[in-house]
Write a protein that binds this ligand. Structure first.
Ligand code: IDC
Length: 457
């Protein structure tokens, strides 16, 4: 129930929202509608609309709903006739789905554009009968056998490791998105297929910036976009790290209220899924460990209330360097850990900038703290410059040896050395050939695509 209320409170932000109507007497009428933003990019999006008829059979139907934001427009739809007048959208049944027996569904969808925010519509009417009522969890798709999530199931922290459903340590290897507010077009079915099948990645980190035109400008739209990427990773058997990408300002407490709102929503919505890991603050900087710990101890309970068993990653001081970039070290965390269980601490590095001192800190800390490298680059800390091959390889060898999971910055075509794809790649459809990879992308693909050896007993 708590979950339902949380979802209702953020209904406008929820994708995969299902609305139920109780059938009146006489001709039974009622419906559920599930509206899912399946992908979103700058100014555009794709939505799936699933109608289920709960009433008497119909031999023709019209679905009406209102776009919440004046700038939202249907551009082109499928599996229905689509029209829009002002903010009112009407979809009508076509030959192959005009007849809906009781319990039958029709799947339609459209490509849309938007100018301001892109919230999901909250109310739908089928043949004039409003579909209102309770909100239920979105369906969870069982992952294909043999995929990382199918083999490992729900993860948990065991000692200093991340463990799978057999309580055995696993190392997850994958990629981080770039800021989804800028590179949304890079995350689509083709690119995620390539990540799962060609790269054989175990995880996708979803970097949702909070500032820099990110979450704070459109909480509902970004929440929906993150949820849809969680679903896309789940469908391919990959874990999804939901990264609340705080960066500037460096004090995560600046975003404490936003974090509580965001995580209560995504944790409720994704509670039944086994593929979600929550990363509550990307890179605290210019702030004490005590302040970061205080933030964590306020945000983690919000997640636990909705999704009790998920692993949470806590950022560390000095841009998630365990304090090293601020002249401290891991002892400040070891001596004053976050008061919570089933958590890991983030360590981030950029191979051309962070070398032996940082590797020494990780080597020491790894026997005392559960660590997760939720972001690293092969280049300098600016995200640009040349790939430092020898430092990158030294780091990756160390992480493999210590069984520390990682996500590389970035699975994108940004015009900077850290991007895995050459500029322009995301405007096309090829994410698989070697010709689209940068030097960094080729190095990471070669490391990530080697066989996993996940223990199964
Ligand atoms: C960088 C991006 C760059 C963007 C900049 C500012 O690569 O395109 O202009 O952020 O938002 C981090 C951060 C990550 C940085 C990355 C490289 O988590 O957001 O991305 N980096 O500078 N920490 C260390 C390096």
């Amino acid at each position: 129930m708590k979950r339902l209320l949380a979802l209702l409170a953020t209904a406008a932000s929820t994708v995969g929202l299902t609305v139920l109507a109780g059938p009146p007497a006489q001709a039974a009428a009622g419906c559920t509608v599930q509206y899912t933003i399946t992908s979103q990019w700058e100014g555009g999006f794709q939505a799936g609309v699933k109608i289920t008829n709960l009433g008497d059979p119909v031999s023709g139907w019209k679905l009406d709903f209102t776009m919440p934001d004046a700038g939202q427009k249907v551009v082109q739809g499928w599996n229905a006739t689509w029209s829009q007048s002002g903010s009112k959208v009407t979809a009508g049944g076509v030959d192959w789905n005009r007849t809906l027996s009781t319990g039958a569904s029709a799947d339609l969808g459209f490509v849309g554009s938007f100018t301001g925010s892109n919230p999901a519509p909250t109310s739908f009417a089928l043949n004039g009968v409003t579909c209102t009522g309770s909100v239920t969890d979105p369906p969870t798709d069982p992952p294909a056998t043999g995929t990382p999530t199918a083999v490992n199931g729900q993860l948990h922290v065991c000692g200093v490791h991340l463990c799978n459903q057999y309580d055995r340590p696993v190392q997850l290897r994958g990629m981080s998105t770039h800021g989804i507010q800028w590179f949304g077009s890079c995350y689509n079915d083709a690119s995620l297929d390539a990540l799962a099948k060609d790269w054989k990645a175990d995880l996708l980190r979803v970097a949702m910036y909070v500032q820099e035109d990110g979450y704070e400008t459109d909480p509902a739209g970004f929440t929906g976009r993150v949820n849809s990427l969680v679903d896309m990773a789940e469908a391919r058997g990959m874990y999804a790290v939901i990264d609340f990408h705080t960066l500037t300002p460096g004090d995560p407490n600046y975003n404490l209220d936003r974090a509580k709102t965001f995580f209560s929503s995504v944790a409720a919505r994704n509670a039944q899924k086994k593929n979600v890991i929550y990363e509550i603050a990307n890179e605290p900087n210019g702030v004490s460990w005590a302040a970061v710990k205080s933030y964590a101890e306020q945000v983690i309970p919000v997640i636990r209330a909705a999704d009790p068993d998920a692993v949470v990653i806590v950022g560390t001081r000095g841009w998630s360097s365990l304090g090293v970039s601020d002249g401290a070290n891991e002892s400040e965390v070891v001596n004053n850990p976050v008061n919570a269980t089933n958590i890991m601490y983030a360590f981030h590095f950029y191979a051309a900038s962070h070398k032996d001192t940082y590797r020494a800190a990780v080597s020491r800390a790894a026997s005392q703290l559960p660590l997760f490298v939720s972001e690293f680059g092969t280049v300098s800390a600016t995200g640009g410059g040349a790939v430092d091959r020898s430092s990158s390889i030294a780091w990756l060898d160390l992480l493999d040896r210590l069984k520390i999971g990682y996500a590389n910055w970035t699975y994108s075509d940004a015009d900077e050395g850290s991007a895995a794809f050459k500029p322009g790649t995301c405007a096309g459809t090829d994410y698989s050939s070697s010709g689209v990879l940068t030097e960094s992308g080729a190095l990471l693909k070669s490391r990530i695509s080697t066989a996993d050896s996940f223990p199964t007993s």
